[in-house]
Design a protein around this ligand. Sequence first.
Ligand code: TYD
Length: 209
Amino acid sequence: MKGIFITFEGNEGSGKTTVIQAIKEMLVSSGVSVTLTREPGGSKIAEQIRNIILDKNNVEMDAKTEALLLAAARKQHLVEVVLPALKQNHIVLCDRYVDSSLAYQGYARGIGIEEVYEMNLFATDHLLPNLTIYIDITPELGLNRIASNNRNVNRLDLENLKFHQLVHEGYAIIQNMFPNRIVRVDGNQSKEKVIEDSKQIVMTFLNRK
Ligand code: TYD
């Protein structure tokens, strides 16, 4: 089997991390080699860039600076982690990728989805995922889940509800731009059901290959 690149997207608190872990376990137990990783970060240099992006003290960061740093971290992570794993025929499961930049920087920050997309095509040498699972949770519910999870709060979490609503609107637009690649899961359901639906989508995709 050739390497397959699967990404996971959604608003804060959508449960991506739990879903990815469950999918990893499912694939590993069926004997597939899996690389699980996340953005921004996932390699030494990319984690250093991540710290600059998410530092709560960097309140003066410009939107384009943020988008460029994310794209820089993305490229480094591709070269060091994703591409080598794909070359070894792994299934790469990545927590966030280009679509996050389109929703957060392109739409919610107002740079423009098309502009950020162009920049990311440059940064990634046009490497888009084979499949993207979008966990669609209403921002209010997502933020409530984070608040009750005790997760570390970063600079983007501190944005107001309006920002997270824009991110959510952005994802809806992006889903329409890439209907063949992005598959939506209803993230407002129970955690078990979100996991079950996501597993089903991955299995259907792999069986079609
Ligand atoms: P992280 O702690 O990894 O949060 P999450 O569990 O929600 O993925 O923080 C990543 C933050 O960076 C998150 O708020 C989304 C944001 N982000 C962007 O704004 N653009 C991007 O391209 C990426 C990859 C992340």
